[in-house]
Design a protein around this ligand. Structure first.
Ligand SMILES: NC(=O)c1ccc[n+]([C@@H]2O[C@H](COP(=O)([O-])OP(=O)(O)OC[C@H]3O[C@@H](n4cnc5c(N)ncnc54)[C@H](O)[C@@H]3O)[C@@H](O)[C@H]2O)c1
Length: 272
């Protein structure tokens, strides 16, 4: 029961990675603030948390709107006394090319994926400091290191910026015993991905993944539990890739092995 007596705020906790994360933290005893744009979804996750045991509160707020985030954090501090763990999970994207994207659409993705991380992090700093430390965990993306599989360049840019923000904020908050880290999920089987992919696309990802499986929301939640725990006490400004190894190489595993076996069979290059 790593998180007994701790209060965690998870944004976008209504479904997908956010929901799996809220439930995983609750299984370790943490009280949960379940945020989402959609109040029904947030309430549904909060009910599941209460079934597990800890307290849960559902709060509707758009993380892109600073005033809504400030009101949400103030409510938690007033009603429960503070926050120890923030998981900046809320985010979105859609398949679109730059030439088809207008500035308003670009701004929308940046405002949620990057602005939301700024708004929530900034809003919780006073309470984390007042409680003598805490954890901020940003759900970035493999897209932040390479490029998005399902989204557009706006998504890729927002996630790359989240990684930069993570490193810089980790430096600023280190002396206050606040760890700031990021997780880069690979393609993860959530409603967001199911909406934007076909069975063929998912099979192609699976076949190119060295661990030969698709990432589940629970795999990301497990990494969050580690980063939120005292076991990660000396880790800050870091990134954990949870992608089955797909970021390790540009070619699929079978092609890699075939090329090396053929080389052994033929040994046709002079000098080898
Ligand atoms: N699924 C993937 O393959 C994948 C890969 C890498 C990174 N990620 C990141 O993980 C996070 C969660 O993704 P997911 O796949 O679970 O998405 P999802 O769409 O399945 O769930 C996202 C949740 O966030 C909520 N939300 C969206 N915008 C919000 C806002 N402005 N304010 C508050 N809540 C908001 C939605 O209502 C929804 O409940 C996102 O930041 C996403 O970019 C996902």
């Amino acid at each position: 029961m790593e998180f007994r007596g701790k209060i965690a705020l998870v944004t976008g906790a209504g479904q997908g990675i956010g929901k799996a994360t809220a439930l995983a933290l609750a299984r370790e005893g943490g009280d949960l603030v379940c945020n989402d744009l959609n109040l029904d979804w947030a309430e549904s996750t909060a009910r599941e948390v209460r079934t597990i045991g800890p307290r849960a509160m559902a709060v509707q707020a758009n993380v892109a709107v600073e005033g809504e985030v400030i009101t949400m954090v103030a409510k938690v501090v007033t009603e429960w006394g503070g926050i120890d763990i923030l998981v900046n999970n809320a985010g979105t994207g859609r398949p679109m090319m730059v030439e088809d994207m207008d500035k308003a659409e670009w701004d929308k993705i940046l405002d949620i994926n990057l602005g939301g991380v700024f708004n929530c992090s900034r809003a919780v700093i006073p309470t984390l400091k007042a409680r003598g430390g805490g954890k901020i965990i940003n759900i970035a993306s493999l897209a932040g290191k390479t490029m998005s599989y399902h989204g557009g360049a706006d998504y890729t840019a927002s996630k790359a910026a989240v990684l930069g923000f993570t490193r810089h904020l980790a430096f600023e908050l280190g002396p206050h015993k606040i760890n700031v880290n990021a997780i880069c999920p690979g393609v993860t089987m959530t409603p967001l991905v199911e909406a934007h992919s076909t069975i063929e696309m998912r099979e192609s990802v699976r076949s190119r993944t060295p661990l030969k499986d698709l990432v589940k929301p629970e795999d990301i939640a497990n990494a969050v539990v580690f980063l939120a725990s005292e076991k990660s006490r000396m880790i800050t400004g870091s990134t954990i890739d949870v992608d089955g190894g797909i970021s390790l190489g540009m070619q699929d595993w079978e092609t890699y092995v075939r090329a090396r076996k053929e080389f052994l069979r033929n040994k046709k290059y002079r000098g080898n």
